[in-house]
Design a protein. Structure first.
Length: 317
């Protein structure tokens, strides 16, 4: 499963804003800022490629330009921010940055798209504005301008999903109105290569990333033990993220293993939950059957044999 957020904006010039951004734990990198973050949380390959790697700025700007039809270049100043434990718990799949006076949130999913993403984004945005805004600004009489937020989800899973979709916060409202007083819109794009999304034709790093994910899936199905290594080797040979994979093959392997372990852990937990639910349902049904048989006058021994309950359990009914 995979899921990502990205925020970018022009660098603040005043000392006051410098202090605010210092409180967000950001540090300079290549003319911009890279967020310091808690390494207890694991980054995905997507997050590293577009948010952490030495070429992340160029990759992100390519993605931003593809989304907006712009041509921002390396001279563009951007800010990378990170809030912990909002979009994720133990495995990080979001990037948060500011650019061109916009807050851009990108999340990648390799499992089922979470229909509650708008609500999670509301909570994320509220925390972010709270952190970057001067606390006194909210009491000003004049209108205080804030960066414009945009929310995107990139779906890269194996389940059937439309090429594009829109998630709205108002879809979750118990009572709907024609004009909701609070709304948040999330744009979902299926970036699987076979879907032929327009953004893959205009953003080379994203196209190569989806081809890389496709190769990883194919090779892990053929050889679970060496699948990651074989996928990386194939992509390097086919000039797919070649420079990145040659430079960081060991780190990418570790990230893939972490992603795989996390997905397996979630899958096992869900399977256990299903088994518990089934067991509880079966037990309740056995109790109900035992009560009916008792009413018919059958012996405790016979009822225990028929329902799978112990004689002591039947006696307590």
């Amino acid at each position: 499963m995979l899921f990502f957020a990205i925020f970018f904006e022009k660098l603040p010039k005043s000392q006051h804003f410098r202090d605010i951004y210092d409180s967000l734990n950001v540090e300079h990198f290549h003319g911009g800022f890279m967020a310091k973050h808690n390494r207890r949380y694991k980054d995905s390959v997507f997050v590293d490629l577009f948010g952490e790697d030495k070429n992340a700025k160029a990759n992100f700007l390519s993605l931003y330009n593809a989304l907006h039809g712009t041509s921002l270049d390396a001279t563009t100043k951007l800010e990378s921010l990170r809030l912990e434990q909002i979009m994720y718990m133990a495995f990080r799949n979001d990037i948060t940055c500011l650019v061109d006076d916009k807050i851009i949130v990108l999340v990648e999913y390799q499992s089922t798209v979470n229909a509650n993403m708008p609500l999670r984004f509301v909570q994320y945005a509220a925390r972010l504005y709270e952190r970057i805004q001067n606390p006194h600004d909210r009491y000003l009489h004049r209108l205080k301008k804030i960066p414009t937020p945009e929310f995107y989800v990139f779906y890269n899973g194996e389940e059937d999903y439309p090429e594009t979709a829109t998630l709205r916060l108002s879809d979750a409202f118990i009572t709907m109105s024609e004009k909701p007083t609070l709304e948040l819109v999330v744009s979902v794009t299926n970036i699987n290569y076979n879907k032929g999304s327009q953004i893959l034709r205009t953003c080379k790093p994203l196209k190569e990333y989806t081809l890389f994910v496709e190769a990883v899936r194919r090779h892990t199905k053929l050889d679970s033990e060496n699948g990651f290594k074989n996928a990386i080797k194939e992509c390097i040979q086919n000039d797919i993220l070649r420079e990145y994979l040659q430079r960081k093959s060991k780190e990418v392997m570790n990230m893939l293993i972490a992603e795989y372990d996390y997905d397996v852990d979630i899958a096992v937990q869900r399977e256990e939950e299903r088994e518990i639910a089934l067991q509880e349902g079966s037990y309740k049904k056995a109790i109900e059957t035992a009560r009916n048989l008792l009413a018919l006058g059958l012996s405790i021994e016979s009822i225990a044999q028929a329902t799978g309950l112990t004689e002591a359990e039947v006696e307590q009914l």
